[in-house]
Design a protein around this ligand. Structure first.
Ligand code: PLP
Length: 395
């Protein structure tokens, strides 16, 4: 028995790849390795020093994560993309990347996802950042706020959760840049299928990749895309905070991206058809979907999204509030009651107990969310079945 045949040595070294085959795998591989052997100590020195591209340690960079980042970067038309362990980590990193610090001002859209509000007010607020909410969608009162208050950054969703409002992004970006503010756009609900905010001049785009990118409800992740000027701080954040996306989740999310176009297209069609059916049924107090003529953002959505669709979430006001909503949710058979969007399955969420649970009554009122509001994230089932399930649960 030679040295390299002893069992204790074989346990750890047997089967280790010594060289890569010449054939290129069609599907990207999952490279779960924590660390990477470099060709020489000099090479490791150059990679860690940032003068040469390469891999040393997966908290710094990983090939499977990088493949996913590259896909999102290309889709959003950015120069750099950095992935994170969740959409919330990506939002936090974006706020760090624009250089917010004590005494700086952050302007939020009143329509943000509840946890984004809490992250900004509770965590960044506690660090000395002044945080203020404004209605960035209706009217133009916000313009005066931007001019007078001169924030360092503005955070807005391109298609808001859950009422599907569409802000005038080109105007917001123009006004922000006049006062030197960076614009961070959460593009999770619109996806690059409908809108690419960087092409309008936005500074950073954020995604909860957990949603439409993954699409199958089996991976949590987030990503920030922007110009080269943000690369250093985004990378520093992931390296030092350690909120890395795991290679396996990156692989699932990247696989999801490959079918994003066809899934989202069909989900948008389903959502539009569902919104029309629920609206026509007359059983809901109100149906919110920007593809409906009476939605306040219809014209802007048509213009900004170029007729490519209106998103895949339909929100309704259920007359009777919490009790009636709970009854509806417990009567659903096909449609699930769960806290996410973007999956192939249709899922309902009650914002008052889930996405906007920790908002103050004032914040809820400002966002237009009441005890009646129910969000339907539309999946890929036959739309007749989705509508029948929801309408029969309302009987
Ligand atoms: N942004 C939006 C619009 C969301 O709806 C969510 C989650 O629901 C997030 C960000 C946070 O993403 P994650 O759950 O991946 O942390």
């Amino acid at each position: 028995m030679t040295n390299s045949e002893r069992l204790d040595t074989l346990f750890v070294h047997a089967g280790q790849p010594q060289r890569w085959p010449n054939q290129v795998p069609t599907a990207p591989p999952i490279i779960a390795s924590t660390s990477f052997r470099t060709g020489s100590p000099e090479e490791m020195d150059r990679i860690l020093g940032g003068t040469e591209a390469g891999f040393t340690y997966s908290r710094h960079a990983n090939p499977t994560v990088e493949a996913f980042q590259e896909a999102v970067r290309a889709l959003e038309g950015g120069e750099v993309a950095q992935a994170f362990s969740s959409g919330m980590a990506a939002l936090d990193a974006a706020l760090f990347a624009v250089g917010l610090g004590p005494g700086d001002r952050l302007l939020l859209s009143v329509d943000l996802y509840g946890a984004t509000m809490n992250l900004s007010h509770e965590i960044w607020g506690a660090m000395g950042v002044e945080v203020c909410d404004a209605n960035l969608t209706d009217g133009d009162g916000w313009i005066e706020t931007v001019r007078a208050w001169r924030p360092k950054a503005i955070l807005v969703e391109s298609l808001s959760n859950p009422l599907m409002k569409v802000p005038d992004l080109p105007r917001i970006i123009h006004e922000a840049h006049q006062v030197g503010a960076a614009v961070i756009v959460d593009n999770t609900f619109a996806t690059p299928c409908l809108l690419r905010p960087l092409t309008l001049g936005a500074d950073l785009v954020v995604h909860s990749a957990t949603k439409y990118f993954g699409g199958h409800g089996d991976a949590v992740g987030g990503v920030v895309v922007g110009t080269q000027q943000y690369a250093g701080r985004l990378h520093q954040y992931v390296k030092l905070r350690g909120s890395v996306l795991s290679p396996f989740d990156a692989w699932l999310l990247h696989r999801g991206v490959k079918t994003l176009g066809v899934r989202f297209d069909r989900q948008c069609q389903n959502a539009r058809e569902l919104a029309q059916r629920l609206d026509a049924s007359g059983v809901f107090r109100r149906v919110y979907y920007p593809g409906l003529l009476h939605h306040p953002s219809h014209a802007r959505a048509t213009q900004l999204f170029g007729g490519r669709g209106y998103g895949a979430v339909v929100t309704v006001d259920v007359p009777g509030g919490r009790e009636r909503v709970f009854r509806l949710l417990s009567r659903l058979t096909l449609v699930g009651s769960a806290t996410t969007v973007g999956d192939v399955y249709t899922l309902c969420l009650y914002p008052r107990v889930a996405s906007h649970r920790n908002q103050t009554p004032e914040a809820l009122a400002a966002a237009g969310i009441s005890d009646d509001t129910l969000r339907i994230a539309v999946g890929l089932e036959a739309v007749e079945d989705i509508a029948a399930d929801i309408l029969s649960a309302m009987d």
